[in-house]
Ligand binder design. Structure first.
Ligand SMILES: N[C@@H](Cc1ccccc1)C(=O)O
Length: 492
């Protein structure tokens, strides 16, 4: 008495006296490759016989598939014939036209002077023959079988190509009455072993040698490529790149940006607070912390805590990185940017992810004003190839005036993809920046990529689906080729 799983039993019953695995899979509503390991396991136990045979298959070429969809060109030519007792078939004097004439000659319609003139009944006979070819071509496209001579003819015309496939045939070698259907598990528990239940359990077989259907060839990751492109655009605009840690002090992520310690964005539902046993990042200079603390106490009127500022978070904005650069370099004339991952405990949907990428930038120099900020944002948006961008007044604790930046997504409509503003004096003063003004912005690059590539769901940037990855890579390559040649429109 052999034990088999319910699925193995179904395979044996369906196999009976020799059948192709594809038929069995179709009957059981699954795919042959999903049955293979069970077939292998049955074979190993002598319950089934397996035979692999190479079979010829005919598949449509690209041209064949096109004609199956749109109709053979000679069919259109015959249908357009002008008939009295004599029919006249005209074709354009092009390579395609000449192919049509050559094909019609096979049905006995001889061209003369680039056109065909023949008695009506001959043309009708040819039309019926061509219609029959069309029917066969469509039948083949739908997966049906067609006569051999038709296949050979299509092959000569390069509408069909021959290849081979391994077809698997199985035949039950078991007496169904002698089998017992048992539970199937992937792993046994110690309880199964102790109680002896393992004797009544079928273990799910694993066979790593089974062929799987081919997956599309791997392509470079479009979003990685995109981030590299943004980096190059920024460098091309004269910016210098700066980098900063992902595990960041609250100080740089919030305090140095004049974001009060009881600001709602500093609650657990908006920020990932971190505990870290390893080596922490280099702490901020103590004097700087003092100056920032005093600015908070004077400006927001609460008791500032140094301990709180030394707490660790997963960076929630790359402004944490540009403010580090500002603190390091101080007064002067310069432009820097940072590209990096940021983290926020969002409710995940098509536009929000808990992990995304930002481009932050600052422009530092004396005499800079709001118009320069808008001009700078416009320049970057254009350089990236964004078509339509809009600015709206907004609020951030660290800038004044502030704007939100919107762009139009072909499916999702206007979406916000970033913020910008001029750093408030409360931000720049403790850093020793008093003469210069600082233009600052932070853009969500995931959303920019969605807008540029027409991606409708932010989660798709992290998809593991090879088809989607290949599709997005195609869109990305096409975008890169045409960037710079699109019209752009900007409104305030
Ligand atoms: N850091 C802000 C964006 C911003 C950056 C710089 C200036 C103004 C706004 C955000 O992530 O929403």
């Amino acid at each position: 008495m052999a034990l088999v799983s319910p699925l193995e039993y179904a395979i044996l019953r369906s196999a009976g006296r020799r059948r192709s695995l594809r038929e069995i899979a179709a009957e059981l509503g699954t795919k042959p490759e999903d049955l293979m390991r069970y077939v292998e396991s049955l074979r190993a136990r002598g319950l089934i016989r397996v035979e692999r045979r190479e079979v010829e298959v005919y598949e449509l070429t690209e041209e064949g598939a096109k004609y199956a969809r749109e109709g053979l060109p000679e069919l259109a030519a015959l249908r357009a014939a002008k008939c009295g007792d004599i029919c006249v078939v005209e074709v354009p004097d092009t390579p395609e036209g000449r192919i049509v004439l050559a094909n019609l000659a096979r049905y006995g319609l001889r061209p003369r002077g680039g056109r065909i003139e023949a008695p009506r009944d001959e043309v009708e006979k040819a039309l019926r023959a061509v219609e029959e070819r069309q029917r066969l071509l469509e039948a083949l496209a739908a997966g049906g079988e067609i006569p051999r001579d038709a296949l050979q003819e299509f092959q000569r015309r390069r509408l069909v190509r021959r290849s081979s496939r391994v077809e698997i045939y199985v035949e039950s070698a078991a007496d169904l009455a002698s089998l017992r259907v048992a539970e199937m598990k992937t792993a046994l528990t110690s309880e199964d072993l102790r109680s002896g239940a393992w004797r009544e359990i079928v273990l799910k077989p694993i066979d790593a040698t089974i062929e799987v259907p081919p997956a599309p060839a791997p392509v470079p990751h479009f979003f990685q490529d995109f981030l590299e492109y943004v980096r190059e655009v920024m460098v091309g605009l004269g910016f210098e790149e700066v980098r900063g840690p992902i595990l960041e002090y609250e100080f740089w992520n919030f305090d140095a940006l004049f974001q009060a310690q009881d600001h709602p964005a500093r609650e657990v539902h908006d920020t990932f607070f971190a505990e870290w046993e390893g080596r922490p990042p280099e702490p901020p200079p103590p004097e700087l912390m003092e100056r920032v603390g005093r600015e908070h106490e004077a400006g927001w009127g609460y008791r500032w805590s140094r301990e709180k500022a030394l707490g660790l978070v997963l960076r929630s904005q790359t402004t944490a990185t540009t403010i580090r650069a500002l603190a390091e370099r101080g007064e002067g004339t310069y432009k820097v940017f940072a590209i990096g991952r940021v983290f926020r405990p969002e409710h995940i949907d098509a536009k929000h992810n808990v992990e995304f990428h930002q481009l932050d930038g600052i422009v530092v120099g004396p005499g800079l004003a709001f118009k320069h900020l808008l001009g700078q944002l416009e320049q970057i948006a254009k350089a990236l190839g964004m078509a339509e961008v809009k600015f709206k007044p907004a609020y951030f604790p660290f800038t004044s005036p502030s704007v939100e930046v919107y762009a139009r997504h072909e499916k999702l409509g206007w979406i916000e993809f970033g913020g910008a503003g001029i750093f408030r004096p409360e931000v720049t003063r403790p850093l020793g920046v008093e003469k210069s003004r600082v233009l600052a912005w932070g853009w969500g690059l995931d959303r920019v990529a969605m807008i540029l590539l027409g991606i409708e769901d932010i989660r798709d940037l992290f998809t593991a689906d090879p088809e989607k990855l290949a599709e997005y890579y195609r869109r990305w390559s096409a975008f890169k080729r045409t960037v710079g040649s699109r019209g752009a429109r900007y409104t305030l």
